[in-house]
Design a protein around this ligand. Structure first.
Ligand code: UT7
Length: 310
């Protein structure tokens, strides 16, 4: 039996920052941001709302949704590049706060691909019967490493968290295949010194190529063809990159997740936040084949194909 998602949750800060507000502070325009990225607004955490607070809220929702006892969780994986502090890890903080007293805990640093790395790792531990349940969280407070004077990056990012509980699901459902990858030679295109620094053009080219390729690879590895894919959740980084992967899979627009206009690029949180909305709003239904695909700093990439349902 495959590992699959049995509970989901998310947390988004209340504060909304619109393109119009950014226009007042920077040499940019709503028109440029919308056309070049698809972003209209993003959520920004308050100073006192830490990464761990958003992660905890998303985790609590996912546990309630799964209907499990936190003491049954064997492993907590938190994907983030914006932890509250270098250590103790966010995952250890969450372990204590949710009462997952029997869980091992570690953070994953794979930038925007972090949630994919977490899901693939969780799958291994569940299918080898090491752990019954694994909690995977993607969370970022990118606003704290954003240079608000740099129009190349300040318009792109947002804060938020998404979480999933993984466990064994019924025959034929769950994660059917995955792919993870990294190319350290591209590290220079997206990194943090004091603030986040990015060579947008290079990351864009890499993303368009890699997202399409990885999506096709996991479909093939799952023994499927692209006509059998019901829904695509691409990392919400740029609508033009997302559109390129949708077109490569020949899916109609309504079969691709889109939350970027509301939340911007929330890095490791973008895929699980989108998943929650797609499930809640009925775009993903029991038995659907869902492909998730992400890319990010490292450079890293990752994708998986799953059949939705417990
Ligand atoms: O999660 C992974 C994180 N990273 C990404 O996903 C980023 C991937 N890259 C991108 O999304 C795109 O590269 C951007 C949206 C960042 C930029 O789009 P682009 O098509 O690569 O444009 P560009 O960087 O080549 O810039 C085009 C023009 C430049 O002006 P000139 O040199 O043509 O006069 C920029 O200076 O747009 C200018 N520009 C802006 N103008 C208004 C750059 N940022 C802005 C801005 N407002 N915010």
């Amino acid at each position: 039996m495959n590992a699959g998602i049995i509970g989901i949750g998310r947390c988004l800060p209340d504060k909304i920052l619109t393109n119009f507000e950014l226009e007042q502070r920077l040499d940019t325009s709503d028109e440029w941001i919308r056309t070049m990225t698809g972003i209209e607004q993003r959520r920004i955490a308050e100073d006192e709302q830490n990464t761990s607070h958003m992660a905890r809220e998303a985790a609590r929702q996912a546990i309630a949704d799964a209907g499990i006892d936190p003491a049954e969780i064997g492993l907590i994986l938190v994907a983030t590049v914006t932890p509250d502090q270098p250590f103790p890890s966010i995952s250890c903080m969450i372990q204590q706060e949710i009462g997952a007293v029997n869980a091992a805990a570690m953070d994953i640093s794979a930038a925007c691909t972090g949630f994919m790395y977490g899901m693939a790792t969780a799958k291994q531990f569940i299918e080898s019967d090491v752990y019954k349940y694994v909690l995977v969280i993607g969370v970022e407070k990118l606003s704290k490493i954003t240079d608000w004077e740099d129009r190349n990056t300040a318009v792109l990012f947002g804060d938020g968290a998404g979480a999933a509980i993984l466990g064994k699901v019924s025959e034929g459902r769950g994660i059917l295949s995955f792919e993870l990858g990294a190319d350290g030679s591209g590290g220079k295109h997206l990194y943090q010194e004091e603030f986040l620094v990015m060579n947008g053009r290079e990351v864009f080219k890499f993303a368009v190529r890699q997202m399409g390729e990885s999506a096709e690879n996991v479909i093939k590895k799952a023994g499927l063809v692209k006509e059998e894919v019901d829904f695509l959740i691409p990392h919400q980084a740029n609508i033009r990159i997302m559109e390129a992967s949708r077109q490569r899979l020949e899916l109609p627009v309504e079969k691709m997740s889109k939350t970027i206009h509301k939340y911007g690029n929330t890095s490791a949180a973008s895929i699980p936040i989108s998943l929650v909305e797609d499930v809640e709003e009925g775009r993903i239904k029991d038995g659907d084949v869902v492909v998730m695909v992400g890319f990010g700093g490292g450079l890293t990439w990752g994708a998986l194909a799953m059949r939705w349902g417990k």
